[in-house]
Design a protein around this ligand. Structure first.
Ligand code: HPA
Ligand code: ZN
Length: 336
């Protein structure tokens, strides 16, 4: 790739809006935490764990992802994981991050909700002090579990309400449509939480529609299957409901066979507010700039696409207006 374009893309200010913090846990840290906490792993070493990262679909990934997260027990573990991600994000010129976390993955193992959230929050606070990175937490409900379980998790989160920006919906999509979580999302909306959901990754465009109509989400995570429905595409473009697209994830989980088949370019051409993100960077082969570079190289994207994608990332962020305008001005200055 043209080195000037490469530097432009890598150095542009950007927001990351689709990162599961548990998906940033690198194999080396998994083994270090397993040792620190006396947790037994099914893999003898880092190399054999990494070799298992050959996924055939979303579920085959989730099985390994939940096994990896089993080493997280103490507040310090959540801090170390989050700090490692933030160092990488800072190196990729991430100026704002909205980070998913999966409390049920931890509370189901007996880890107190407070240990999880206070560790993550402290790392975000330290990154804000050190680098001026702003951030927020989006608590995801696991859609393969029941709505009652999600509601109980929301109850546990209430003492930490002020530390939570919004809620989302992740895990196994097929067979678990958004409407399964209608009541818990209504409650979250009443609490003033921002709302997002994974939809249209493996699931059909109808799941994107029900996320909008039933859950009233303000962004769609993935959403790449929207192109199968022309009316939905027009709706997303007109309403400026953003998609948080994760190219390397989509290839690793076989949503597309190869980067060259990815539809990011078409999504941008329809006028949809698409953004580029890493999803689970430790598992999918790269952090946010690796995602940008993969699509820029293979899809033949250029300077204007870069400018649009950087602007989209801040436009789609749940930021107070002054900070949003400040970051958009940083983007425009970079491209001036
Ligand atoms: N999809 C659904 N659930 C997830 C993902 C994803 O890409 N990453 C972590 N949990
Ligand atoms: Zn995701």
């Amino acid at each position: 790739m043209n080195p000037a374009l490469r530097d432009l893309v890598c150095g542009m200010p950007k927001a990351e809006l689709h990162i599961h913090i548990e998906g940033s846990l690198e194999p080396e840290l998994i083994f270090a935490l397993a040792q620190r906490n006396g947790v037994a792993l099914d893999y003898p070493d880092v190399e054999s764990l990494r070799r298992a990262y050959a996924f055939t679909d979303l579920q085959s990934f989730l099985d390994i992802y939940y096994a990896g997260a089993s080493v997280l027990l103490q507040r310090q573990d959540f801090y170390d994981m989050t700090w490692a991600y933030l160092e990488r994000a800072h190196a990729d010129r991430v100026r704002h991050v909205e980070m998913f976390f999966d409390p049920q993955t931890h509370t189901a193992r007996g880890v107190p909700f407070a240990e999880v959230i206070t560790g993550i929050k402290q790392a975000l606070a330290d990154a804000a002090d050190r680098w001026g990175i702003s951030g927020g937490l989006i608590m995801c409900f696991l859609r393969h579990l029941s709505e009652e379980d999600a509601m109980a998790t929301l109850e546990q989160a209430l003492p930490h309400r002020d530390s939570i920006l919004g809620v989302g919906l992740d895990s196994s999509e097929r067979g678990h449509p958004p409407e399964k979580f209608a009541r818990v999302f209504t409650r979250c909306r009443e609490l003033g939480l921002r709302l997002v959901a994974h939809a249209g990754e493996e699931g059909p465009p109808a799941y994107i529609e029900s996320a909008l109509d039933v859950l009233h989400v303000e962004r769609i995570d993935h959403g790449v299957r929207c192109l199968e429905d022309a009316a939905l595409v027009r709706r997303l473009a007109q309403s400026r409901i953003a998609l948080t697209v994760c190219p390397l994830s989509n290839v690793k989980l076989r949503v597309f066979d190869k980067v060259g088949d990815h539809n990011l370019r078409q999504l941008l051409e329809t006028g949809i507010v698409a953004t580029v993100n890493s999803d689970d960077p430790a598992y999918f082969g790269g952090y946010i700039n690796a995602n940008f570079l993969a699509v820029f190289e293979v899809l033949g994207l250029g300077r204007e696409h870069a400018h649009t994608l950087a602007r989209n990332s801040f436009e789609a962020a749940f930021l107070p207006e002054p900070r949003k305008q400040q970051l958009l001005a940083e983007v425009d200055a970079w491209f001036a």
